[in-house]
Design a protein around this ligand. Structure first.
Ligand code: ADP
Length: 515
């Protein structure tokens, strides 16, 4: 059944949501600045594997000018240590009750006015090569690692006397903090007036662990029942965030509706439907200070909508980086920057490669993730030399070169909660071709060649044929140079700045006090 058919009715009903009206001078909460503690397992510039880090790094910067005092709490990973960021120790060896013992941890801070980042140090848990696991799989003690982080975050806030009006927990790694808040800290007067928001960046990742984890992290065993934290025989951290938060949000409006269906609900759709009066969708924004082709330090030549020659230089530089120097000017370059995960559509992409190259396009892919896709794409590169450029790595600089130097940007995701890469590529004049799901559907409007409206191309069905037909339309548009130039300029003019979304978050934070 189509999404529209399933949700036609739901969509017509007034959605719980936040309005954008109102006067946003300095925001006060009971005559003092509102205090928000944000808990996230990855934050730019400290550590990043995906979009969560971009959001947790950027959103706080845009909340500060609205009068919100923010502390962002994250773990101190090996990767963070390597980045040599200016951090000073604000807590040394604070002891915390953990698994029947007193266990110490330290906290480092980076401060910019009303915005502070608190980085939790515990080597045993976080001084490792990766954030969550190796390419072979997750670290087996992730349940303990992130519950420790969550509890240490709450302890740090209390120690530093930062009494939050709102705890804003992101994804399963921090969602468990809201279970701890409800049970372990139930009698703690420090958090007596604290409300909470749990933001789901990707419902597929829920943090599932064995029953025994409850005792280890200090939660009562009695929570192991279907009404509470049990989920098909496991403990589900994200379910805790959904159950025990004051409200739940997701990163696009469309995704907030999709996750209430069995198709996208990852078996939590029933619970989300129950909480739908407290479920909101706020689109992620873009930090245009970091993502701007006119000032980007990673690209060969800066450019803007009035000077697109710079983009041509970036294209040459990109092809050179992938050893594809021989590619002709007429061949459209399609870029992809992505985690290599089942969600991202690499199965239908692999089925489509033959046809894509027959159309005369060139494809450059930067990604890392699951081994099965490493292998499939590496084999494809051998099969299509001169047409497929591939780098299996995490490479910030090359990512920027791809956004800047490609003509089109392909995102064939099976589902996509928000998606940032289509918004980045728009700003770099790289026209997105996307599957119409989640935030991709909310941000991309189909290009209409007759009227010249729209900012990209999108397809509905999760099938190779649909992907190819959409790419075909994009290729046809690409041949009409003057029209294409207009489309590129239109794409660059799209504005997804954080200012708008940050205001929506503030409205929601304020509303939590009334829920
Ligand atoms: P997700 O969070 O599901 O991975 P998003 O589109 O929300 O997807 O965010 C992806 C972010 O990660 C973007 O900033 C993108 O540029 C970055 N990214 C993904 N893969 C890589 C990579 N291999 N190298 C550099 N950056 C990457």
């Amino acid at each position: 059944m189509s999404f529209e058919k399933q949700f036609g009715e739901l969509r017509r009903k007034p959605q719980s949501g936040v309005s954008l009206s109102g006067n946003f001078g300095v925001l006060c909460y009971n005559t003092r600045p509102m205090k928000v503690a944000m808990l996230a397992s990855e934050v730019v510039p400290f550590a990043k594997t995906g979009g969560l880090a971009d959001v947790a790094g950027a959103l706080p910067k845009f909340l500060s000018p609205l009068g919100v005092e923010v502390r962002v709490v994250l773990p101190l990973y090996r990767e963070t240590r390597k980045r040599n960021l200016p951090l000073r120790r604000v807590i040394e060896n604070l002891e915390m009750e953990w698994n029947g013992e007193k266990v110490p941890f330290s906290v480092w801070e980076s401060r910019e006015g009303a915005l502070g980042f608190l980085v939790i140090e515990r080597e045993e848990y976080f001084d490792r090569d990766f954030l969550y696991g190796t390419p072979q799989g997750d670290y087996p003690d992730n349940g303990e690692r992130f519950a420790f982080f969550s509890k240490a975050a709450l302890e740090s806030l209390r120690y530093l006397n930062f009494r939050p009006d709102v705890i804003h927990a992101h994804d399963w790694q921090s969602a468990i903090a809201l279970a701890l808040l409800k049970f372990t800290y139930a009698q703690d007067p420090f958090f007596a007036f604290t409300r909470s928001l749990c933001t789901i960046h990707n419902l597929a990742y829920q943090g599932l662990f064995e029953k025994e984890i409850l005792t280890r992290i200090g939660l009562p065993n009695s929570l192991f029942n279907m009404e509470e934290l049990e989920f098909f025989g496991k403990v589900n951290y994200l379910k805790g965030g959904i159950l025990y938060s004051t409200a739940v949000s997701t990163v696009s409006r469309r995704y907030s509706l999709e996750i209430q269906t069995p198709e996208f609900g990852h078996r939590l759709d029933g619970l989300l439907r129950k909480r739908r009066d407290r479920l909101f969708g706020i689109l992620n924004g873009v930090d245009y200070a970091d993502w701007n082709p006119a000032t980007d330090k990673f690209i060969a030549r800066p450019f803007d909508p009035t000077y697109l020659d710079g983009k041509k230089e970036c294209r040459k530089d990109l092809l050179c980086a992938f050893g594809l120097d021989a590619v002709k000017v007429e061949a459209p370059v399609i870029g992809m920057v992505s985690r290599l995960a089942g969600q991202k559509g690499f199965d239908i992409l692999c089925e489509s490669l033959d046809a894509i190259f027959k159309m005369g396009a060139v494809l450059v892919i930067l990604g890392t993730g699951e081994e099965v896709f490493h292998k499939a794409l590496s084999a494809a590169r051998v099969k299509f030399p001169g047409s497929l450029g591939l780098k299996i790595a995490y490479d910030e600089s090359l990512a920027h070169k791809i956004y800047a130097g490609s003509d089109m940007f392909l995102i064939p995701s099976r589902y996509e909660p928000c998606g940032l890469t289509q918004m980045y590529s728009l700003r770099y004049g790289t026209v997105p071709v996307v599957r119409a799901t989640g935030g991709l559907d909310d941000t991309i409007r189909e290009y209409d060649p007759a009227r010249g409206t729209g900012n990209g191309f999108k397809f509905q069905e999760y099938k190779s044929a649909a992907l190819l037909s959409s790419l075909q339309k994009a290729m046809a548009a690409y041949q009409r140079k003057e029209r294409w130039r207009q489309l590129v300029q239109q794409a660059m003019a799209c504005d997804f700045s954080w200012e708008v979304s940050a205001r929506e978050y503030v409205r929601l934070y304020q509303r939590l006090a009334t829920l």
